[in-house]
Ligand binder design. Structure first.
Ligand SMILES: NC(=O)c1ccc[n+]([C@@H]2O[C@H](COP(=O)([O-])OP(=O)(O)OC[C@H]3O[C@@H](n4cnc5c(N)ncnc54)[C@H](OP(=O)(O)O)[C@@H]3O)[C@@H](O)[C@H]2O)c1
Length: 350
């Protein structure tokens, strides 16, 4: 396997109160920056995932969410040195992008902002559909720029390769938007190797955004080796399995989730898988305890151990959750700890 590209370092001042939150007690914290594929983007090891902060009342919502909490969560993450945000037009049907813009409006920080296209909605009944034709992608890009209040998107990603017959047309349109300066770099999400091979000759893929966690590690077989081999950056999503591996999830919490929290419908949050997944979270918590970090941080670190992974996208809904996950910026597992977790997963298949 090829080694991880050279890291860069960012010296970032420690914000007030950070030492109480487990970010260390020195005056400065050193954060390694990682190049995203062949681009000039340099990412912190974790980025802020803005799905849940899209708010409630749509097909893939996470229940209700206060915008003030979302804005404070983003502010806190940026104050602690995180330098990129991942959102999508579909999160909250445009609302997540608006919240990101609100958080950045008066911010002293200038994080990279990544968003996505291909999932659209009917404004009337809020039903979702997929489109990657030229007209649709252009319209989506303009809408995202307007909601984000920006002139350019740092990484524009095709959210899902659907409709599959339109992926070449969609990718060509992304390349045109890049030539026009509306987007800086192009990414795919949820693409197979065969689908990446279809678009690669049209324009280079800077990054791939696959699901990758201890609960869903399927991309280890083909997608991650392909990205490593082709210098395509990887920003993996749901590294804590959408909250399942934080150490705070319980069967009681799931039972009490609102009807518009998509996790209520997910097999991973139901028996027979749930008990096994919570036992895994307990193991991560036990390992984390020895280092003063929570189970979620260990789950994220397990994904960052793979040499193809550039950085992990981590969701948070308030500043307290941000404080809980920020140690993942620097925390790394020893080889023995990594092997212990991987062995447990092999011995306890889902
Ligand atoms: N491209 C795609 O198709 C795709 C798909 C999924 C995700 N993504 C991206 O990846 C990002 C991250 O994935 P994700 O949001 O699914 O999951 P995740 O990062 O694995 O988990 C995030 C969730 O964990 C809980 N949490 C976070 N910090 C916590 C803490 N300190 N203590 C306790 N609970 C905590 C929160 O949910 P609760 O408090 O509600 O439990 C939070 O929303 C998304 O926001 C999105 O940007 C992309």
């Amino acid at each position: 396997m090829r080694r991880r590209p050279r890291s860069f370092c960012l010296r970032t001042p420690e914000p007030r109160g950070a030492s109480e939150q487990g970010m260390g007690t020195t005056a400065e914290t050193t954060l390694a920056l990682r190049p995203l594929g062949s681009s000039d983007l340099r990412l912190t090891a974790i980025g802020f995932g803005a799905w849940a902060i899209g708010g409630g009342d749509w097909e893939f919502a996470w229940g209700a969410q206060e915008d003030t909490n979302s804005v404070r969560a983003i502010e806190r993450a940026l104050d602690l040195g995180l330098n990129w945000i991942d959102t999508a037009a579909i999160y909250g049907l445009g609302h997540s992008e608006e919240v990101v813009a609100r958080a950045l409006q008066a911010s002293p920080h200038t994080p990279y902002v990544f968003t996505k296209c291909s999932m659209r909605w009917n404004p009337g009944d809020r039903t979702i559909y997929r489109a990657l034709n030229r007209r649709s992608v252009r319209e989506e890009c303009e809408d995202s720029l307007r909601r984000l209040r920006r002139d350019t998107i740092d990484l524009y990603q095709v959210h899902w390769p659907n409709p599959e017959s339109e992926i070449e047309e969609g990718w060509e349109t992304l390349a045109q938007l890049q030539a026009e300066g509306k987007v800086r770099y192009l990414g795919v999400s949820n693409f197979s190797v065969a689908q990446m091979k279809r678009v690669q000759p049209i324009a280079p893929i800077t990054a791939s955004q696959p699901p990758y966690s201890l609960i869903n590690a399927k991309v280890e077989d083909e997608v991650l080796p392909f990205c490593l081999e082709n210098n395509i950056g990887v920003i993996n999503y749901s590294p804590m399995a959408s909250g399942l591996l934080t150490g705070k999830m319980t069967a009681e919490r799931i039972a009490g989730m609102p009807e518009d929290d998509w996790r209520k419908r997910s097999a991973n949050f139901k028996e027979p898988k749930l008990s096994r997944n919570l036992r895994l979270a307990a193991l991560l918590g036990e390992i984390g305890q020895g280092h003063g970090v929570n189970a979620g941080v260990v789950a994220i670190a397990w994904t960052l151990h793979h040499p193809a992974v550039t950085a992990a996208i981590v969701g948070a809904r308030d500043p307290g959750q941000v404080d809980g996950i920020m140690p993942a910026m620097t925390f790394r597992l020893s080889e023995a700890e990594y092997a212990r977790i991987s062995d447990w997963v092999r011995a306890n298949p889902a």
